[in-house]
Design a protein around this ligand. Structure first.
Ligand SMILES: [Zn+2]
Length: 451
């Protein structure tokens, strides 16, 4: 089966950065941009150059040092924005100017105070100006999903004629339903003259929790670019989550005949790096990269997992770069899982010994929700006597994880956060360092604009 190539447009550094508590400085943005490059995204939207000097500097620095992907900069549909964007982008090997203008009546009337005709002319002129600087121009009609369809088609026709090579359809307020969004993309393909000259893109927000579903529906209707962010960060409830879109395509090739250039094994590192930089943690049950995404607590699940991971796993933790599946030890856990964790900590017990450990473990698990490794070690020491210690080879042996950590330029504490089995020196119950959220709050900018 022929697979259509989907362009993955990452806007973590632009739309994502606009979310509360997620602003980043130039060095942090550069670090993340290099990880996005390793991740294999096609386009990095590096920022909104006119929004601040910091944003300008970040876009310029990324354009100068990250050579493989297309580097995009956002601009409102006016000359100062577009010129500023070009100044920041011109050093890029593959620059893209991304121009946007609201098109829904509610935005035209209350925000821009212009007529539809003025809107159409402004969009066309802006794209022409951008095109005079840069071959690669993207246009977004902001609030497209609440825009009159006839007018939306007219605008798209005008901007394609003016030279736009990508037309992005933003569900700016996260209002659309999958079937409806699919219909909208189909309508655009049928009605807009010259649409075959441009790539159709989807940009979905998650206000109703449908951003990924809407993005997948758009692809099925003919969109060939998706705009998304790491960990799904973004304005309000966030953008479509990059890792969820990529893995939905990868896990269900029978339903989605697409491919991306994303190296899925880099997803976890990208997620961790973003969390480390912003200090904004990922919810534990977040699909693909949450702390519990590959954790199994129920005894029957744990037993099945240990016999054959396919019993409860639709993808391996390794396929998204998580070092190991994590069996959470709680009161629902069985002997098998407990025995394995003991072995991971360097202890091997005979059946009778394990029974005694298990008996004490159940009492403990009844009192505390999750039995951590240091609890288990205390319990083992109490019961020990006849326990035989074996060298903790597999506790230490994580060369791939450590290499990955080294590759993204982060220290040991990076891999100690959610998934790793603590090393012997960390087993005294020491707490992990919390992220310095405070230094990020004061930098939050109110851009007022965005798609
Ligand atoms: Zn957006």
């Amino acid at each position: 089966m022929e697979r259509a190539r989907i362009t993955v447009f990452d806007t973590t550094l632009r739309d994502g950065e606009q979310s509360p508590g997620c602003s980043m400085n130039v060095q942090e943005k550069l670090r993340l941009a290099h990880q996005l490059d390793r991740l294999g995204v096609d386009v990095i939207e590096a920022g909104f150059p006119i929004a601040s000097d910091g944003d300008f500097a970040a876009v310029q620095a990324i354009a100068a040092t990250v050579g493989r992907p297309i580097i995009a900069g956002l601009a409102r549909a006016c000359a100062p924005d577009i010129e500023r964007a070009w100044q920041a982008l011109k050093g890029a090997a593959r620059p893209r100017i991304h121009v946007f203008l609201a098109t829904s009546d509610i935005h035209l009337k209350y925000k821009l105070r212009i007529s539809r005709q003025q809107c159409l002319e402004q969009a066309r002129d802006a794209v022409r100006l951008a095109k005079s600087f840069c071959e690669d121009v993207e246009f977004s009609p902001e609030d497209a999903t609440r825009t009159d369809r006839e007018f939306l088609c007219q605008i798209l026709e005008a901007v394609i004629e003016a030279g736009a090579t990508t037309v992005n359809i933003p569900d700016t307020v996260g209002y659309s339903m999958p079937a409806e969004f699919s219909e909208l993309i189909q309508t655009i393909r049928q009605r807009v003259r010259g649409i075959e000259k441009a790539t159709i893109s989807a940009h979905c927000h998650n206000d109703l929790g449908l951003a990924v579903a809407n993005s997948l529906a758009a692809m099925a209707a003919g969109a060939r670019q998706v705009e998304c962010t790491i960990n799904g960060i973004g304005e309000r409830a966030g953008n479509a989550s990059l890792e969820e879109i990529v893995m939905a395509i990868r896990v269900r090739p029978d339903r989605y005949a697409y491919e991306t250039g994303v190296v899925s094994e880099q997803l976890f590192s990208a997620s961790q790096l973003l969390g480390e930089i912003t200090g904004v943690p990922v919810q534990p049950n977040k699909a693909i990269i949450g702390r519990n995404a590959f954790a199994h607590e129920a005894g029957i699940h744990q037993d099945g997992m240990l016999k054959n991971p396919l019993t409860y796993e639709i993808m391996t933790p390794q396929s998204v770069g998580v070092p190991d599946s994590r069996l959470v030890l709680g009161k629902h856990s069985g002997r098998h899982a407990l025995g394995l964790r003991c072995e991971q900590l360097g202890y091997h017990f005979e059946r009778r010994e394990l029974d005694e450990i298990y008996r004490r473990f159940v009492v403990m698990a009844d009192q505390i929700k999750h039995v951590q490794d240091h609890h288990l070690l205390e319990l083992i020491q109490e019961t020990q006597g006849s326990a035989r210690r074996i060298p903790p080879a597999h506790v230490e042996a994580r060369p791939a994880a450590r290499a990955a950590a080294a590759a993204v330029g982060v220290g040991r504490e990076y891999f100690q956060k959610p998934f790793s089995v603590p090393l012997a020196t960390d087993l005294n119950g020491s707490t992990l360092p919390l992220n310095p959220m405070a230094e990020h709050h004061c930098e939050q900018e109110d851009y007022l604009w965005g798609v």
